[in-house]
Design a protein around this ligand. Structure first.
Ligand code: HEM
Length: 406
């Protein structure tokens, strides 16, 4: 089953164990989660896990889509992270509020990330990509995650917020600590401290922009109005904090998986070189195959769905990584097929909280493939190295060593 640079396959006992007691933070699970997802989606598209105080898992495509759409029953407020505790006490906007309040903030944010505004960023993304490629191309190898997949989205983020580029690395570390520090931080105190530091830096930036506007997202948001009123500082920071958490690790994770897959599948890469118009479709298909995000909800009241009774206050997680491989929707779901008819991808969710940054994410991924294929067409996995994956609420790769001819 493992047609990907999987470093180790789980034993049958381990798969049984993870099916019984799902734990997407367990490092062993992170290394090779696909057989577990496969079992879950085929055998039990909705399942209860006793881990972390108990929660429901939705793994089927239909079930995850239904869950994302039914925000009246399955709310993002209070915030659900399994396990709990990601540092921020206030709701991140607009993710952790439901309609109708959500709609106000979403209406404000959507134009900032509209497709035409994002397309205007194309030259800037291309320049950043090429600057990063310049830094390693002559070596004939790179550790792709730290040298490309992490810096690119962080540099875009700091540019869009008007923060000096030299601070990008610090934001990468904070982001990683918040999203992947669960195992080393059982009581959440480290993540809370990082949350405070990040918010503090964003607050300082807000003060700078209040004194003098610039061509950045914070300046746009300062002058925006919700229901005829300007946003106060705390709400502005709630939005900026979410952009920081939502837009960095996700793009990095997608890049890691996509480039690792292509490094091991030269025939697919050759096709992208010969037919560049296939690249956006390749990005889409690779996002179906590995959609990274596990999202959380809380039941707002008692309700029944598919013969199961859910109780108010119970937690639910949507596992798009399983839903993207649901055999009820996709033929041979584990195969990456750029000619697959376009389906309803759940990588960017659905319903009111559908990813606001999806146009930016697609653009960053597309341009990254275009530029790396143009300049380093012969990249491949470096012999003797292993590709290590990590789980968590946003999956990603820890290391990916690539090599090419110079
Ligand atoms: C491949 C990259 C990305 C993936 C897979 C992804 C995935 C997602 C998913 C699944 C959600 C819904 C979460 C939920 O409902 O609980 C979401 C929401 C969101 N994403 Fe993304 N995302 C990506 C990139 C980005 C980028 C680049 C940004 C912005 C810079 C961004 C900003 C947001 C925001 C603000 C929300 C909340 C929207 C709302 O609540 O209305 N994302 N994303």
């Amino acid at each position: 089953m493992a047609d990907f640079p999987v470093t180790r396959e789980l034993s049958t006992e381990e798969i049984d164990g993870f099916v019984r007691k799902f734990d997407h933070h367990d490092p062993n699970f992170g290394k090779d989660p696909y057989p577990v997802y496969d079992r879950l989606v085929r055998e039990c598209p909705i399942k209860h896990s006793d881990n972390y105080g108990g929660f429901w898992l939705f793994t089927g495509h239909e079930e995850v889509l239904w869950g994302y759409q039914n925000y009246q029953l399955l709310s993002t407020s209070p915030s659900v992270s399994v396990p709990a505790g990601q540092g921020a006490k206030r709701p991140m906007l607009p993710l952790e509020v439901d309609p109708p309040v959500h709609t106000k903030y979403r209406t404000l944010l959507s134009p900032v990330f509209a497709p035409n505004r994002m397309r205007a960023l194309e030259p800037e993304i291309r320049t950043l990509c090429n600057d990063l490629i310049d830094s390693f191309i002559d070596k004939g190898e790179c550790e792709f995650i730290s040298e490309f997949a992490k810096p690119l989205p962080t540099q875009m983020f700091v540019n869009m917020l008007g923060i000096p580029l030299e601070e990008a690395e610090k934001f990468t570390e904070w982001n990683h600590g918040l999203l992947h520090g669960v195992a080393d931080d059982p009581d959440g105190s480290k993540r809370a401290a990082i949350g405070v530091a990040t918010r503090g830096r964003l607050a300082a930036l807000l003060e700078e922009r209040k004194a003098k506007r610039d061509n950045d997202i914070i300046s746009v948001l300062i002058d925006s109005e919700v229901d005829g009123e300007k946003l106060d500082d705390e709400h502005l920071l709630d939005i900026a904090y979410l952009l920081f958490l939502a837009g960095l690790d996700t793009v990095q994770g997608a890049m890691g998986y996509q480039f690792a897959y292509l490094a091991a599948h030269s025939e697919q890469r050759d096709r992208m070189i010969a037919e560049p118009e296939v690249i956006p479709r390749a990005v889409e298909e690779l996002l179906r195959w590995e959609p990274l995000v596990t999202a959380g909800r809380t039941c707002t009241r008692d309700f029944d769905y598919k013969g199961i009774s859910f109780r108010e206050g119970e937690r639910v997680v949507f596992v798009s990584r399983a839903a993207g491989r649901d055999p009820r929707v996709y033929d041979n779901p584990e195969i990456v097929d750029f000619d697959r008819p376009p389906g309803r991808t759940l990588a960017f969710a659905a319903g009111p909280h559908r990813c606001v940054g999806s146009h930016l994410a697609r653009l960053e991924l597309t341009i990254a493939h275009q530029e790396i294929l143009r300049r380093i067409p012969s990249y491949r996995l470096k012999p003797g190295t292993t590709v290590t994956s990590q789980g968590g609420n946003v999956a990603g790769l820890k290391e990916l060593w690539l090599q090419w001819d110079v």
